[in-house]
Design a protein around this ligand. Structure first.
Ligand code: PLP
Length: 493
């Protein structure tokens, strides 16, 4: 039989993989649990376009307008706009509507690609703020307020700052102070809150940027709440933003036939958030706490054999088995192949799990059992499974994991991203590229953060890091040669 994408999706669904990845509805389990499946069963009959009665996302006056107004109330924003092309288009529209061509925008170096893409499209110069990297885990921890203020002071001609908050890994920082400082310098604050649509569901979670003074906030509802992939929301607060320009830019960048299925899915996610969100979030946080407690009691009494990082946004769990010699890439593979557990991403040191209100207690039980099994199989093979006395662990399987640190230094920019994009390129061997101007991106994926962008000078540190990373299982995107033997550079003669 011919293989369709659909067949593959059905095959995977039948495998009943435990989802610790996006989308937040976790294979639709939450819809069934809360009785929303009755609506979703009819979904194929509901796909439509702008006809009488369905309103128009690009000029909402009726049913879409009232739905968005309800959403704004629930999320405590002045205005909320549904996005059907993901946060990618929200970030791009926000940047290009607020920054004039040839102006500057301040952003964290670990920004999503859409920020740099908007700079290419809009001929905007990005000014980067260094992000902190945890050397033990390669987790990116976000920016420091002191550093942000310094960059603002050094670039008072910039009119906009865009920050990722929380980071992909759930790290946060004092955004309120940054908003106040940026506003005092007459700057608009845009927050890429792609990973934080759920933050207002519990006081145990960091505060959403909606409540901290940001002017435009973009959330990927599909990532951390139960909405279909590509459904996001843009929230607008205060009167610093020219909304006419913003809405025009959204009309340029978003489909002229916005999907009603995605808009409906956003509405359902908001309804679930409103009616059941807090209770489900409390359950989720309890399940996560119990999971951590069990792991620590079982494996970490004497020393940290299974490292768990879960400090700020507690719905993100980073697990590392590096102390027992298993890389994050290996752990990712093992969980998926042997235990049918899919995590969100892996780096050399560990894996990231994205937990949402769509996860059940059972998911954490399965994860706990899988980790126990891996621990016994790969580390303490000689120990009697019933004995559970891991004190006398056998170290023969242990290998030392050590990889070069994530390159923290921001590469020197020789040419603006837009000029670099349109420049003539020359393909050369990767090892000959040090000191040359890159003509393409190098983006370890996920998390999709560019190590080098077009127009920046390639360094030894970056080349070493990716070559070593790829040897160990890292996936790199943004570059033409998937084998990473060659790279396009800009030959300025
Ligand atoms: C920080 C960040 N911003 C924006 C995006 C884009 O979001 P979307 O997938 O909704 O387009 C992503 C996607 O992974 C992201 O990680």
């Amino acid at each position: 039989m011919e293989k369709f994408i659909l067949n593959k999706l059905i095959e995977l669904k039948d495998e009943q993989i435990v989802s610790f990845h996006i989308p937040g509805h976790k294979s639709g389990k939450i819809f069934k649990k809360l009785g929303y499946d009755k609506f979703l069963d009819k979904i194929y009959t509901l796909d439509t376009t702008e006809i009488e009665g369905t309103d128009n996302l690009h000029n909402a006056k009726e049913i879409i307008k009232s739905s968005q107004e309800r959403t704004a109330k629930i999320f405590n924003s002045d205005e909320s706009i549904y996005l059907v092309n993901g946060s990618t288009c929200g970030v791009e529209a926000a940047i290009m509507a607020t920054c004039e061509p040839k102006s500057k925008i301040i952003t964290n170096r670990d920004c999503h690609q859409s920020v740099i893409n908007a700079c290419i499209l809009g001929n905007i110069e990005p000014i980067y703020i260094k992000s902190n990297i945890c050397k033990e885990t390669n987790i990116i921890n976000g920016v420091e307020v002191k550093e942000v203020k310094k960059i603002i002071d050094d670039n008072l001609d910039a009119k906009v700052i865009i920050l990722t908050y929380p980071t992909y890994y759930g790290s946060v920082y004092d955004l309120k102070t940054i908003c106040e400082y940026a506003h005092s310098k007459d700057m608009i604050v845009v927050v890429d809150e792609a990973h934080g649509a759920h933050l207002q569901l519990s006081d145990e979670l960091p505060k959403s940027s909606i409540l901290q003074g940001a002017d435009i906030i973009i959330q990927s509802t599909h990532k951390t709440l139960p909405a279909f992939t590509q459904s996001s929301i843009m929230h607008i607060n205060g009167d610093r933003v020219n909304k006419n320009k913003l809405f025009s830019m959204l009309r340029f960048l978003e489909s002229s036939s916005p999907s009603y299925l995605l808009m409906s899915s956003l509405e359902l996610a908001v309804d679930i958030y409103d009616k059941y969100g807090q209770e489900l979030m409390n359950d989720l946080l309890d399940n996560i706490n119990e999971f951590k407690l069990n792991i620590n009691n079982k494996f970490n009494k004497d020393k940290e054999n299974i490292i768990i990082r879960n400090e700020m946004d507690k719905t993100k769990i980073f697990i590392s088995l590096k102390n027992i010699g298993i890389t994050g890439y290996e752990l990712d593979e093992l969980l998926r192949q042997e235990y049918k557990i899919q995590c969100e991403l892996s780096n050399y040191y560990g894996i990231l799990l994205i937990c949402t209100i769509g996860n059940e207690k059972e998911d954490f039980n399965k994860l706990e059992l899988a980790l126990e099994d891996i621990f016994i199989k790969y580390f303490a093979r000689n120990i009697n499974k019933d004995n559970k006395n891991y004190k006398e662990q056998n170290n023969i399987y242990k290998k030392i994991l050590k990889m070069s640190s994530y390159p923290e230094e921001i590469p020197i920019k020789a040419i603006n991203p837009r000029d670099a994009f349109y420049s003539e390129k020359k393909t050369i061997k990767m090892e000959d590229s040090i000191g040359k101007i890159s003509g393409e991106y190098i983006i370890p994926y996920p998390p999709g953060i560019s190590l080098i962008s077009p127009g920046e000078i390639i360094t030894t540190e970056i080349i070493t890091y990716i070559q070593e990373g790829v040897k160990n299982g890292m996936i790199v995107s943004g570059i033409k040669d998937a084998n990473l033997e060659y790279i396009d550079i800009i030959d300025i003669g």
